[in-house]
Write a protein that binds this ligand. Structure first.
Ligand code: HEC
Ligand code: HEC
Length: 252
């Protein structure tokens, strides 16, 4: 079974804002991407990107779903037989925006008679997977009770894959917590504001901003509330993803 890869970002990150919102579709980029799609992809993946007998549905493709700005799409195209390999970064990002727009349109226009493709999984298998991998942190009768009423199926899938992303109706993304322990002194814990090779800053429970220059004697421990979700991204197979969504969809 195909596994879902995850590129890990290790650059300095600022957490000063509420966190990255769910990326909106850039309609201009999507429009440019549409032209590229119509030129190079439509014959096999179809007008709506929902697939033909020449090529699979891209709306439910894990590669497309996880793509940001072409970073996954580019390498995927290079690895696929008979695919165009020489799209520029900008073209890839544009196609990615076009496909993202298609995903959003599909979720908006979903029709009650024909359930959307994200619900092709097996809810029972999803429940078993949930019991093994999710139940340590979530409960179907606790924090996730009624989650399927809160989100449509496509958003539900996005939420469990990328809970950090926030967005309409979603809880405010949680900030990483950091504990800073100077060589001589008490540890200080708070919400991480910023960290790079040279300094670290946090806001403590009383709202006070604290900052340190980093040096080998300063111990810094960051706890990312989403680390479990990030790691799970590397584990899900296509089947797991669809099974979990089918199960979550039963939590009405
Ligand atoms: C000649 C037909 C054809 C054309 C043209 C084509 N594809 Fe495909 N594409 C396929 C087929 C067939 C597969 C499945 C191949 C496989 O799984 O080994 C595929 C798979 C993919 C996948 C992987 C889907 C997944 O999740 O497994 C992506 C992404 C994709 N195509 C994107 C594109 C894009 C973007 C373009 C245009 C730049 C394009 N394709 C053009 C036939 C085509
Ligand atoms: C180690 C703990 C942990 C594990 C394991 C875990 N999660 Fe989460 N999950 C979280 C945290 C923390 C959040 C963010 C909650 C918040 O923002 O209120 C979250 C958010 C979510 C959300 C979004 C909730 C919302 O209201 O939008 C869903 C859905 C979800 N997780 C499903 C899953 C599923 C399915 C699994 C197993 C495949 C899983 N989680 C495994 C900790 C975990």
């Amino acid at each position: 079974m195909r596994r879902v890869g995850l590129a890990v970002l290790t650059a300095a990150v600022a957490f000063g804002q509420a966190g990255p919102a769910r990326p909106e579709v850039d309609t201009e980029a999507a429009e440019r991407g549409k032209h590229i799609y119509l030129q190079f992809c439509v014959n096999c993946h179809g007008n709506l990107a929902k697939g033909t007998d020449q090529g699979p549905d891209l709306i439910r493709s894990v590669v497309v779903l996880q793509d940001r700005e072409g970073g996954k799409l580019g390498p995927a195209l290079i690895g696929l037989p008979n695919h165009k390999r020489d799209l520029t970064k900008r073209q890839l990002a544009d196609v990615s925006q076009f496909l993202k727009q298609r995903i959003e349109e599909t979720s908006k226009n979903r029709n009650a008679v024909k359930p959307p493709n994200v619900l092709t999984g097996d809810a029972k298998a999803g429940q078993a997977y949930f019991g093994a991998k999710c139940a340590a942190c979530h409960s179907p009768s606790g924090d996730l009770a009624g989650i399927a009423r809160k989100y449509d199926p496509v958003t539900l899938q996005q939420r469990f894959l990328f809970p950090r992303s926030g967005g309409r109706g979603a809880p405010t993304p949680k900030r990483p917590q950091v504990t800073v322990t100077p060589a001589s002194g008490e540890p200080v814990t708070g919400a991480l504001e910023r960290i790079d090779d040279f300094s670290v800053s946090l806001r403590d429970a009383s709202g006070e901003y604290r900052s340190w220059k980093r040096n080998p004697d300063l111990r810094v421990d960051v706890v990312d509330p989403y680390s479990a979700h990030n790691e799970l991204l590397d584990e899900y197979t296509d089947a797991d993803m669809h099974n979990v969504v089918a199960y979550l969809e039963t939590l009405k």
